[in-house]
Design a protein. Structure first.
Length: 367
């Protein structure tokens, strides 16, 4: 700063000297004196201005030096207070509370405060809507903690095209039964319709809010145009809450009585599917009695804490009034869309005195 003041003083001196140097070329002493006085007056004014400028600069220098020497306080305590306040606004969740939130029941594409709390726990956007992103994060969290996935809602199926638009006009339809095909606790209306000599199973399920349908295949001894296909009843063989649909096949020609062939359907992977045997062929069951002495029926049993279906193909040995009974059970485990045979000493063939009355189905049925 002092060097700037010295430079300004030198500039002022030059302002005084220069006029005198310029005055040396005058023609007379009088004129010279007048000129010098005029220049001296101007120089004095310039000196006054320079002195005022020096004073202002000195004041500014003192002000700057005072500002530099004054320490600026650091807002350390304020930051600490803000951090503490933020920590107080985010309450910690205990392990028990987290497990309760993760295992609570949620509904697909339904906005709720419960879903928002779940999303906060998962560390994703808490908009309260349970969709694909929330479902993926939810499953990941449950699996990482080895918790069951029963609280994760299923993704609803896409609506199937209307059967009348896709296939044609319905010509006839069977009586309706009501069973819980999709396992949601509500009744689903099931019937079989005929379109151009083909049979179609239809079900009004709440799973997608629309009618689902499936063409009945041509298996066994008859084509679909030669039989009447009737929805008979529903069972819950594996006790998963979803009913299996039993369809009875009644030939349009031949004897009206006797044992009737049955096929079983389930609602899985968003469609009606027939139950197969281990070879991938639709599993056909007979139910009822024949004139030759066979009796076909189904039992639903628990064996070693496992729910099984036992299919009986029993028959009598001997003449009426003097015969014994041959028990021929086949134990089946329902896995997906397959009936798997279960080998166990509990389900071996046996011969015993004739039962009275004749055995019949023991499975609980809904219709």
């Amino acid at each position: 700063m002092n060097s700037k003041i010295r430079l300004l003083a030198a500039l002022v001196s030059s302002l005084v000297i220069v006029p005198f140097a310029l005055s040396c070329g005058g023609s007379s002493n009088s004129d010279l004196e007048t000129s010098l006085r005029s220049q001296l007056s101007a120089t004095q004014a310039q000196l006054d201005q320079a002195q005022e400028l020096i004073t202002n600069l000195q004041d500014q220098i003192e002000s700057l030096e005072s500002t530099i020497q004054t320490p600026i306080p650091e807002p350390v305590m304020e930051e600490a207070e803000v951090t503490e306040e933020a920590a107080e606004e985010t309450p910690e969740v205990s392990d028990a509370e987290a497990e309760a939130i993760l295992t609570a029941e949620y509904q697909w594409l339904v906005q709720s405060d419960d879903t928002a709390r779940l999303q906060e726990l998962l560390g994703i956007e808490a908009d309260g809507w349970y969709g694909n992103g929330t479902r993926t994060a939810h499953i990941t969290a449950l699996e990482s903690l080895e918790l069951p996935l029963t609280s994760v809602p299923d993704i609803p199926c896409a609506a199937q095209d209307e059967i009348t638009k896709e296939i044609g006009e319905i010509e006839s339809e069977s009586d309706q039964i009501e069973i819980d095909l999709d396992g949601d606790g509500g009744s689903d209306q099931v019937r079989v319709v005929t379109i151009a000599d083909s049979k179609y199973i239809t079900a009004e399920t709440s799973y997608n809010g629309n009618l689902v349908w499936k063409e009945f295949g041509e298996w066994g001894s008859y084509s679909a145009s030669e039989v009447e296909v009737t929805p008979e009843f529903g069972t819950d063989v594996n006790q998963d809450g979803a009913n299996e649909l039993w369809l009875k096949i009644n030939p349009l020609t031949g004897p009206a009585g006797g044992a009737k062939e049955h096929y079983v359907y389930v609602f899985q992977d968003c469609e009606l599917q027939v139950m197969n045997n281990s070879e991938g062929t639709p599993f056909n069951f007979y139910r009822g009695n024949t004139v030759s002495g066979e009796t076909f029926y189904i039992d639903c049993v628990i064996e070693n804490d496992e729910a099984l279906l036992v299919y009986h193909e029993d028959y009598r040995i001997g003449e009426p009034g003097d015969f014994v009974w041959a028990y021929v059970p086949t134990a089946l485990r329902l896995v997906g869309t397959t009936f798997q045979e279960v080998i166990s000493p509990s389900f071996e063939d046996d011969i015993s005195p004739a039962p009275d009355p004749l055995p019949t189905d023991t499975c609980a049925k809904s219709s």
